[in-house]
Design a protein around this ligand. Structure first.
Ligand code: SAM
Ligand code: SF4
Length: 377
């Protein structure tokens, strides 16, 4: 049976990182209180839309910025409104500067069983360049406190391929993080997003982006060292020790159903995509008036569903089952894309084995080239 997920968006951060264009901003306690109240109202209005949950992901922004009182209110609200499986994976994203021992203990007591920590870099110089508010010492301290409190499933987010970063620095950063031995690592190559500080610096000519070759060298190095240290890659940017893949993200990548609540959160239910408003005042006002703050609902066309199934499944190392595709769409992928698949096989960008199509190692590097072949819309 398909799995079900709940995503909860917390749009607050202490300060904005120089590369980030997520919907997040600094807010005062009053606004955070009102937001949590609104979120709980949204839960009461949406709880019947989804069955028993396999995963919950509280993301952001920085959910760990919330006060103890609001964290407790939020989690209690979730458990009162939704049914969850006994082994439900419950993740919270965090920034080391917003954690402390008391908060970690509370998270643990409220059944959070997966902690995701944004670390990004290890040197003060690079952390400053990225606009991070913590030192690597802060991150290590909170990581170790989390272990002590009993979190065994911890993810660390790292970034590479940002201006002025050298291969040597990236190697050192990974070696340092590997000493912590987290169960999961996400490594993200910088995407220069419009509207961020780094984008402005790039536009005014103050910084240069790294060339593709160096970006790839950094990626290959990460892939190799993580494999040597007992992590397997299961998605383009994600590596895990055995049994520690992120179940929640796999629900997205397998195109299974999820309900997203909170500011600008996206949902996918009954073949419909919908997403919430992104203005916090409008979001809160709608909920005060018992109205769902939905901005747009979209029925996916057949072509959109096909495209999405292919794109999302190919991101994962498990690939796309040809049989499953046929059952879903009543047409064989090999027939629908016969020429394209022939070309991709010839260029060694995909492999087909045991009824599954996957990106090859080369294909993972050139994934955009592969995805273009499957475009329909
Ligand atoms: C919601 S944040 C993680 C939690 C917390 N807010 C923090 O940053 O510590 C999600 C992750 O997305 C990644 N990210 C954000 N913007 C990015 C960008 N422009 N390019 C690449 N990765 C990015 C960062 O690695 C970040 O850790
Ligand atoms: S990377 Fe994390 S802490 Fe930084 S602005 Fe984005 S969401 Fe906030």
């Amino acid at each position: 049976m398909n799995k079900k997920a709940l995503y909860v968006h917390i749009p607050f951060c202490k300060s904005k990182c120089n590369y980030c264009d997520f919907n997040s901003f600094n807010a005062n306690e009053k606004l955070m209180d009102e937001y949590i109240q609104a979120l709980i109202k949204e839960m009461t209005l949406t709880k019947d839309k989804i069955d028993i949950l396999d995963t919950i992901f509280i993301g952001g922004g920085t959910p760990s910025i919330l006060s103890l009182k609001n964290i407790e209110k939020l989690l209690r609200g979730i458990y009162e409104n939704f049914s969850i499986k006994d082994d439900c994976e419950i993740t919270m994203e965090s920034n080391p500067k917003t954690l402390n021992l008391e908060k970690l203990k509370l998270l643990k007591s409220l059944k959070i069983n997966r902690l995701s920590m944004g670390v990004q870099a290890v040197s003060d110089k690079n952390l400053k360049f990225l606009g991070r508010i913590h030192s690597f010492e802060d991150a290590k301290k909170m990581y170790n406190e989390a272990l002590k409190v009993g979190f065994s499933n911890i993810n660390i987010d790292m970034m590479f391929s940002y201006p002025n970063q050298s291969l040597k620095e990236w190697k050192h950063a990974l070696e340092e993080v590997l000493k912590l031995n987290p169960k999961h690592l996400s490594i993200y190559s910088l995407i220069l997003e419009e509207g961020t500080k780094l984008y402005d610096l790039y536009e005014e000519g103050s910084i240069e982006i790294l060339d593709d070759q160096l970006d790839r060298q950094m990626y290959y190095f990460a892939r190799d060292i993580l494999e040597q240290n007992g992590y397997h890659q299961y998605e383009i940017s994600n590596f895990a020790k055995d049994d520690y893949e992120c179940e929640h993200n796999k629900i997205y990548w397998r195109c299974e159903e999820y309900l997203g609540i909170g500011l600008s959160a996206h949902s996918y239910l009954n073949s419909k995509r919908f997403y919430n408003k992104s203005n916090i005042d409008e979001y809160i006002k709608d909920l005060e008036n018992e109205k769902l703050p939905i901005k747009e609902i979209k029925d996916l066309t057949l072509d959109e569903k096909i495209e999405e199934k292919i794109f999302m499944n190919l991101r994962m190392n498990e690939g796309l089952s040809l049989d499953e595709f046929y059952k879903l769409f009543d047409i064989k992928l090999e027939n629908l894309y016969s020429k394209e698949i022939e070309k991709l096989l010839k260029d060694e960008l995909v492999v087909i084995k045991d009824g599954v199509i996957k990106l090859s190692k080369r294909g993972i590097d050139l994934s955009n080239k592969v995805f273009i072949e499957f475009l329909r819309t």
